[in-house]
Design a protein. Structure first.
Length: 502
């Protein structure tokens, strides 16, 4: 089936991309599509990212929802993000695991697969943008939001495992689509649950093609070709084709292969990135106390920042929400595939995700930028990736080489995870058939090539809006089902006492 679909897809793709890249005088295909989609994108963005406030103090309503929900979960579960941290480390290293439990991947593989979907360009570019706009103080609120987001991940991923389906062949089908349908049905809200589940699945499929695919391929292609000096019209197409082949080799094997690849790539790329940051911090260790002083002072008494205190808070919270996606529901799909009989065990593991993504990786980036002073008087036209690169390169001249590798690896790993998120939603909508599975995977690979070849800004923006629209049905469902999560947590804590004696 796969061998038949790929030639068909390439035969359709070649003339489309050639048209998209030919002609300097008239508008190309990518520009035409961009102009067609822009009106719809403007409408959708105005709804999903409707903001409270204005200017530098404007906060999207969806971000406020995510933060309020995270605060509620933290209080409801009595600071599970803090008291469950050691238990999470013990669980992820397999202390309480049984390899014969139902599921497809280990706790560590599930965590790696989910992390590969969030650790990426947001950690490199987004942090730099937040600090350039909100000053060093934005880092403090970014950390606070990351710590609160740990509780959101715990709640949604516990539900993901509790209400998952396991097929006759052992294949797992899980995520918000299933706990919204089953969980709300148990509460007598079957119709509401079905509507929310379908809405979530549609948004997730759209998000998987745009923000989880095209945007990643486009940014990786630009960074790679710019670094190597490739400016030929077909450079993006060739990069996309190679990337699509590599992604295809992995995603054909499903979540087991995605998890196996992710458990190698994610620790490697995070470790390498953090190591570079630590080298710079150790080289400037005498400036570290001063940097934390700037962060704390700037968090509450900022100077020269548009919007003052509120402006700093908004920048920090927005960046954390866009970075770790806690409450969006996407990670619950990957975590649902874990081998366990206790749903809360994976919820506990999942709370490590925002900690690693936001509290560790984002904070490292922030400290390097602050210590090197590269956030001050940023030249016009320098974007987030360039700003981070300049900060690292000021101490490590060879860092731009590593950054190019990091951007490509981050993009690659993000596409792997989002292909799985989109596939699970696609199968929920259209049925679990082999044809539907392969059709989605081929379609996903086609979008990898399109993303690398054409700059469809409006399409990607539309997709980003869809990703955050996923948070609305997800948060409604999770808030209504928190008693179920608490029950599962009690069961798992009772189970772990057999090992700990406490």
């Amino acid at each position: 089936m796969m061998k038949k679909l790929i030639p068909i897809a390439l035969a359709w793709l070649m003339p489309v991309l050639m048209w998209a890249q030919e002609g300097q005088q008239e508008m190309g295909l990518d520009e035409r599509i961009d102009s067609w989609v822009r009106p719809a994108t403007d409408v959708v963005e105005s709804i999903v990212f409707y903001s409270v406030g204005s200017g530098a103090t404007a906060m999207p309503l969806v971000v406020i929802m995510l933060l309020l929900a995270a605060t509620f979960f933290t209080l409801y579960f009595r600071f599970i993000n803090i008291r469950g941290f050691k238990l999470a480390l013990d669980t992820v290293r397999g202390k309480f695991s049984d390899p014969d439990n139902p599921g497809e991947v280990s706790h560590f593989q599930a965590l790696s697969a989910a992390l590969s979907g969030t650790v990426g360009l947001g950690n490199i570019a987004g942090v730099a943008i937040a600090i350039s706009l909100g000053g060093p103080g934005a880092t403090f609120w970014m950390i606070v939001a990351g710590l609160l987001g740990m509780s959101s991940k715990f709640a949604e991923c516990t539900l993901g495992v509790k209400y998952r389906d396991v097929g006759p062949d052992g294949t797992v089908y899980g995520g918000p689509m299933y706990y919204l349908t089953k969980g709300l049905s148990e509460k007598g809200l079957a119709k509401l649950g079905k509507v929310l589940a379908v809405f979530f699945a549609i948004m997730c499929v759209g998000g998987s093609f745009g923000g989880g695919n095209m945007f990643q391929a486009n940014q990786a292609a630009q960074q790679f070709n710019k670094f190597l000096g490739f400016d030929a019209g077909y450079a993006g197409f060739l990069f996309g084709l190679i990337m699509a082949i590599l992604v295809g080799i992995v995603i054909i094997g499903g979540i087991k292969r995605i998890g196996a690849v992710a458990e190698r790539i994610v620790p490697f790329m995070c470790g390498l990135y953090v190591l570079c940051a630590l080298i710079i911090l150790f080289a400037n260790y005498h400036h570290i106390p001063e940097a934390f002083g700037h962060i704390l002072k700037g968090a509450f008494t900022p100077e020269g920042v548009a919007g003052g205190f509120v402006g700093v808070l908004v920048q920090g919270f927005r960046r954390a929400a866009f970075s770790n996606e806690a409450g969006v529901g996407s990670a619950a799909i990957a975590h649902s595939a874990v081998k366990t009989e206790y749903p809360a065990s994976e919820g506990i593991v999942a709370l490590l995700e925002p900690f690693i993504d936001t509290v560790v990786v984002c904070t490292m980036t922030a400290l390097v930028i602050i210590i090197t002073g590269n956030y001050i008087n940023v030249p016009e036209g320098v974007d987030g990736v360039d700003l981070t690169s300049r900060a690292f390169a000021s101490v490590l001249p060879w860092f731009p080489y590593l950054l190019t590798v990091a951007v490509v690896l981050f993009a690659f790993s993000t596409m792997l995870s989002w292909s799985y998120y989109g596939l699970q939603s696609w199968l929920f909508l259209f049925g679990r058939t082999r044809f539907n599975e392969y059709f989605y995977k081929v379609l996903f690979l086609v979008f990898v090539v399109i993303g690398a070849s054409a700059s469809l800004g409006s399409v990607v923006a539309f997709s980003d809006a869809m990703i955050f629209a996923m948070a609305v049905p997800n948060l409604i469902g999770v808030v209504l089902m928190v008693p179920r999560v608490r029950e599962e947590l009690a069961k798992y804590l009772e189970y772990t006492r057999k090992f700990t004696g406490r």
